[in-house]
Write a protein that binds this ligand. Structure first.
Ligand SMILES: Nc1ncnc2c1ncn2[C@@H]1O[C@H](COP(=O)(O)OP(=O)(O)OP(=O)(O)O)[C@@H](O)[C@H]1O
Length: 285
């Protein structure tokens, strides 16, 4: 079991917030952390990695990483960390980037096979695409055989196809090595695919911890369909008022009443749902 019970004062643009997190994580779990910008998600990962000091304790499989007397430095914490920007050594080939961390060449080659990069093992980072670099960064974090894998929005800079490829690689890797993983992500589809449990943090505090389904899907029993989005415009077309709603990487148009038009404004996060109609779902193409 991993026990994380930490506190730190953060100075955000909107004032001071207390980051206060108390969570228990089982070995092999895949935890997603979500929450609005500035809520303290990255700082929490940095505290776990030992890159930032905080009050409180972190105990990982009976080993104290920090408490009031002990503070293990990052290199003694056995974490693998992947950020949005791949920090590979530019003067080393892909294989050497891996061997620098762990000399086990057989394991390095196995990981390269798993993420389809074996044919690029002698290339230097500047000759790789963003997605390829990020796959190297991922397996470089794993080759250490860390106790905890920390991922900070690791795929958000990638295009949707490459992102999906990396998510699938990560599922494969998580299945094979059962690494306890904590991933910060904003993307509901990514969280849904990968995580067992979701921790929602707002202004430094845990709002709730629940399964991915409960955390992400807002459909109540009485509704046939429910989706969340952000209003980006409200327009008039003939006599109709139409709200244009961003639901991720798509826009939808919803006809709204005069009353709804008065209540809603651009920037509102809204839930669109229906109880009365049967929805038809048909395959395209
Ligand atoms: N060492 C620190 N001491 C005090 N405040 C900090 C420290 N590190 C970060 N902060 C502040 O804490 C707030 C939370 O930052 P953090 O990067 O953890 O948020 P986040 O939830 O990851 O946001 P985003 O989703 O935008 O990446 C920010 O306003 C930041 O300026």
């Amino acid at each position: 079991m991993i026990y994380i019970d930490v506190e730190k004062k953060l100075f955000s643009s909107s004032g001071e917030i207390d980051l206060k997190v108390n969570v228990k994580i089982k070995k092999g779990e895949f935890i997603a952390i979500k929450g609005s910008s500035g809520s303290g998600k990255t700082t929490l990962l940095r505290i776990i990695a030992g890159l930032e000091k905080s009050k409180g304790e972190i105990i990982v499989f009976d080993k104290v990483w920090q408490n009031e007397k002990i503070f293990l430095p990052p290199q003694k914490r056995e974490v693998g960390f992947v950020f949005q920007d791949y920090a590979l050594f530019p003067n080393m080939s892909v294989l050497d980037n891996l061997l620098y961390v762990n000399k086990d060449k057989k394991f390095a080659l196995k990981l390269l096979e798993m993420v389809d990069l074996i044919s690029l093992k002698d290339r230097y980072p500047q000759m790789l695409s963003g997605g390829q670099k990020q796959r190297v960064a991922l397996i470089r974090a794993i080759i250490k055989k860390p106790k905890i894998l920390l991922l900070d929005e690791p795929f958000s800079a990638l295009d949707p196809i490459m992102r999906e490829k990396l998510q699938n690689d990560l599922i494969l890797i998580h299945k094979e090595f059962k690494l306890t993983t904590i991933m910060v992500s904003h993307m509901p589809s990514e969280i849904y695919k990968l995580a067992n449990r979701v921790v929602t943090i707002e202004k430094g505090e845990i709002l709730n911890i629940s399964s991915a389904i409960n955390s992400l899907l807002g459909c109540k029993g009485s509704e046939k369909f429910s989706i969340e989005g952000k209003i980006i415009d409200i327009i008039k077309a003939d006599i109709l008022n139409i709200a244009i709603i961003d639901i991720g990487n798509k826009l939808v148009e919803v006809v709204i009443s005069e009353y709804e038009k008065e209540q809603l404004k651009i920037g509102d996060i809204v839930s669109i749902s229906t109880k009365a109609f049967n929805l038809n779902i048909s395959k395209k193409g």
